[in-house]
Design a protein around this ligand. Structure first.
Ligand code: PHE
Ligand code: ZN
Length: 862
């Protein structure tokens, strides 16, 4: 069934549902192609609502019977749901539907994993049932008011002959072939979950601050038991941290996590039954990299933290998505900073923000943190809602201070527990606690686009003046921009490198605003936007000498890194646009940083990083230069070679100093060393042709070292033997084979990338219906900037072919992958024509999903 004509939903059209739901009883009779779902729901008129139309969402359901207060009815049914005559008084709704989880490839609602059993009349016993209901998946399970402001208490009975039968809340009872669950906390339907399968658990327990014991289970397929220990530890750390930091205690007797291979996103915070993409929870040293471990720890914490920020307090409607996501991302960043290194986490976050959110916000997909309209909500689980949403919370905290932030959060939990809320509710607690008017600050939620901040300085007689000017370019639907409230964290350094003004937060509210500092002995060097205090683009062209000075002396670790990054960027731009040579100040600066062994190895590794090639294309485009992907690629290669030359005599020593002795641990200290070793190995490979990388590969006893060595070899045009052996070694491990697919595309020379990707789509293991495998290939292809933009257009065509093929099966994953084309207007006329033709071809596909149609229309723009 395909979607009808697209309809747009508007924030301003919100009205409450006509009925409240007092309780929901669900019974599932599981069968691969004919699952019966029986519901008994207690409705009562909603005194807050005027409209009493009784419409229940429902998609792809076969109605068996429906009754109101025991009397059978024949409701009017459309593609979107059913309408019935309901009394203006409390009543009981009963309904039975049939669904087909065994052919559900969209992975919304109830589905089965693995997908390769699909279509078979009796999937093998290793197949599991799983649900995904956010945002609007519950309507594919039964008829229901599937909107987050309708909250209710669920009791669930599962009948099925699988050994493990799980749902939300606490277990009530179970017997042979059935289990019953009850969730005492009112929740919206998007937090409903059911899992059934032949699963095994790693179990543990956690005693909450008030002394209650909670049973913890991490459920996996048999064979994956050895990949659970780290996730379980991460969960316990997150539970403790949320008690210590936010005073939030867990509220059920059990907490279940399930790993599933087929999943559209990272993970899902269903109440008491989190479901995870197996790539975001399963970990072992021999199969997972340090980055995987760090990410898993963060995602486990993120989903756990949703128990309060998302579940106990949820969203009134999907426009408020950032209410739960921005806050929960902010909370998981705080957690990672506390568990690991705060500066390193901040730098990682800003790298990600610039790589993913900035292009979104400066391109055709730009939208506010709280969008005002959408066609398909699945298309708004974006870097803007999540990551910029988290930045907005960080700014708020910086503006009100830590104490007021803590008080406001306490008030938020006390005032809104059990409610479905809005951004207005959220800001009101801050206004009530601080007495501040947050009217202007609220613009961060409604105005899209990344503000630019330019700076002028003056020094006269001991008085130093900084004048900032802000502007935001027009974005789709928003031609005129108003000034934002921007917290600018600033420090001043004296000429000898001493800090003469420690960090303070300037509050900018006007278009242009000056700040003066008196009693300075000499013209200071400003360190602006410390810790990246606002998600803006700092438009400032200081001399490279000043950046080199900050790289050497800044006390703010973020800005010290940023100084190196700015130097690298400027140097690359000059190399690309003016044919300049690599900048000596930059190379001297990083040499000094790299040999400073008081600095954290992870931090030194970050100092060797360069801006991404896509980002460089963005800078060139903004500067009025049409980016040439091959020229960018070769400049980056030359600068890497120059780094290798500048560090030449130090490379061996640095590599040795970054070796870890003793058993593997995925902690910050060890992974920092391995990150540095990996960055150094990349440079060494440029000088020794891969000798050291081959040695590291041969000796590697963990995935981080194995993969970093293989990446270096492939980048050097070598490593085909190792690649083949890698496959043989890991062919039984789905998650490692994802890495095998993506690495060879990510590290391919630009001219080969599309061809390698195409060949891999013919590989027997290219199980493309599984989102992880699809993304392994096409995410890597889109991320190989020069390869993706190869002049032939082969990569564009390959991606479009596969998007067209995946769309009827999995619209959500297809639509997300369309964003590979979002920056297309930056490029030259030939590339624009090639991409434009592919966008047109996708758009012209018959029966295109609403998800993909909306994305393509927006990307094409006016
Ligand atoms: N709510 C999930 C999270 O942020 C993300 C998600 C959205 C998962 C939609 C599945 C579907 O943790
Ligand atoms: Zn989330």
């Amino acid at each position: 069934m395909r979607d009808a004509a697209p309809t747009t939903v508007f924030l301003s059209d919100y009205t409450p549902f006509g009925y409240l739901v007092d309780s929901v009883h669900l019974t599932f009779d599981l069968a691969p192609h004919a699952t019966r779902v029986t519901s008994r729901i207690a409705f009562r008129p909603n005194p807050q609502a005027r409209d009493r139309r009784f419409f229940l969402h429902g998609e792809g359901l076969t109605l068996i019977r429906a009754a109101i207060d025991g009397t059978a009815i024949s409701p009017e049914i459309t593609d979107a749901g059913l309408t019935a005559d309901a009394p203006d008084a409390p009543f009981t709704w009963e309904c039975e539907v049939e669904i087909d989880p065994g052919t559900n490839t969209a992975l919304e609602g109830l589905y089965m994993s693995p997908l390769d059993v699909q279509g078979e009349s009796q999937p093998d016993t290793s197949a599991m049932y799983c649900t995904q209901c956010e945002a609007e998946g519950f309507r594919k399970i039964t008829y229901y008011p599937d909107r987050p402001d309708v909250m209710s208490i669920f009791t669930v009975r599962i009948n099925g002959d699988l050994p493990v039968l799980l749902s939300n809340g606490n277990p009530v009872d179970r017997g042979e072939g059935w289990a019953e669950w009850h969730d005492p906390w009112p929740k919206p339907a998007y937090l409903f979950a059911l899992v059934a399968g032949d699963l095994v658990a790693q179990s543990d327990s956690f005693t909450t601050v008030s002394g209650r014991s909670v049973e913890l289970n991490l459920w996996v397929r048999p064979g994956d038991e050895h990949k659970c220990a780290f996730g379980m530890q991460a969960l316990k750390k997150a539970m403790k941290w949320d008690e210590d930091t936010y005073g939030r205690e867990y509220d059920l007797d059990v907490f279940n996590i399930v790993a599933v291979d087929d999943f559209n996103m990272g993970a899902m915070e269903n109440k008491g039954l989190n479901v995870f993409n197996s790539s975001c929870v399963l970990a072992s040293p021999d199969t997972s990299t340090d980055m995987n471990f760090e990410r898993i720890e963060a995602i486990i914490a993120h989903e756990y933290f949703h128990n309060w920020t998302g579940n106990r307090i949820t969203c009134r409607d999907w426009f408020q998505l950032c209410l739960k996501e921005g806050l929960t991302v902010f909370r998981d960043s705080q957690f990672t900073s506390d568990m690991r290194s705060a500066p390193v986490k901040r730098i990682h976050d800003v790298i990600e923000l610039r790589a993913r959110q900035f292009p979104e916000d400066t391109g055709p997909l730009s939208h506010p943190v709280r969008p005002e309209s959408f066609q398909e909500i699945n298309n708004f689980y974006t870097a803007t809602v999540y990551e910029k949403g988290a930045e907005v919370i960080g700014m708020l905290k910086r503006l009100v201070g830590d104490a007021a932030y803590a008080e406001a959060l306490d008030l938020y939990f006390a005032r809104h527990d059990g409610q479905a809320c809005t951004i207005e509710d959220w800001l009101k607690v801050f206004e009530d606690v601080t007495g501040r008017d947050l009217g202007q600050f609220k613009r961060w939620y409604s105005q899209s686009g990344t503000p630019r901040l330019s700076v002028e300085e003056a020094f006269d007689n001991g008085t130093y003046t900084l004048t900032f000017t802000q502007s935001t370019d027009p974005t789709p639907g928003q031609p005129d921009k108003a000034p934002q409230a921007i917290p600018i964290a600033l420090g001043l350094l004296g000429p000898n490198g001493d800090e003469v003004l420690p960090t303070q937060v300037l509050e900018m509210t006007e278009v242009t605003q000056s700040f003066t500092f008196e009693g300075l002995a000499a013209h200071p060097v400003p360190s602006i936007l410390r810790d990246f205090s606002a998600p803006v683009i700092l438009d400032r062209a200081p001399q490279s000498a000043e950046r080199a000075f900050l790289l050497a002396h800044d006390t703010d670790p973020f800005n010290r890194w940023e100084a190196g990054r700015d130097l690298a960027r400027q140097c690359l731009i000059d190399m690309i646009a003016k044919g300049a040579e690599p900048d000596a100040d930059y190379l001297d600066g990083i040499r000094a940083v790299l040999r400073d062994d008081r600095l954290d190895p992870a931090y030194r590794a970050l100092m060797l990083g360069l801006p991404g090639q896509s980002q460089l294309a963005g800078f060139l485009h903004e500067a009025g230069v049409t980016p040439d992907p091959m020229a960018i690629w070769s400049a980056v290669e030359r600068l890497k070679d120059a780094q290798a030359g500048a560090l030449g005599d130090l490379l061996g020593e640095l590599y040795n100093s970054a070796q870890v002795t003793g058993p593997y641990a995925p902690d910050a200290a060890q992974s920092g060393k391995r990150a540095l070793a990996g960055a150094i190995l990349d440079l060494t490979t440029r000088r020794d042709g891969g000798t050291q990388a081959a040695a590291q590969y041969a000796a590697a006893d963990n995935m981080t070292l194995q993969l970093s060595a293989l990446a270096c070899l492939l980048r050097a045009g070598k490593g085909q033997d190792q690649l083949a052996r890698f496959y043989d070694q890991w062919q039984a491990d789905r998650l490692v084979i994802d890495k095998w697919f993506s690495l060879q595309i990510a590290e391919a020379a630009p001219k080969d990338a599309a061809q390698i990707a195409r060949a891999l789509t013919d590989h027997a293991d290219f199980t493309w219906k599984t989102p992880n495998r699809f993304r392994a290939v096409f995410g890597a292809l889109a991320g190989n900037h020069a390869g993706f933009h190869a002049a032939s257009g082969a990569a564009y065509e390959l991606l479009a072919d596969w998007l067209i093929r995946l769309d009827p099966l999995n619209p959500q994953t297809t639509a997300r992958m369309c964003s590979a084309f979002q920056t297309w207007r930056r490029y030259d006329a030939d590339r624009r024509a090639l991409i434009g033709a592919q966008l047109d071809r996708i758009a012209a596909t018959s029966d295109l999903s609403r998800d993909t149609a909306e994305m393509i229309t927006r990307i094409k723009g006016a």
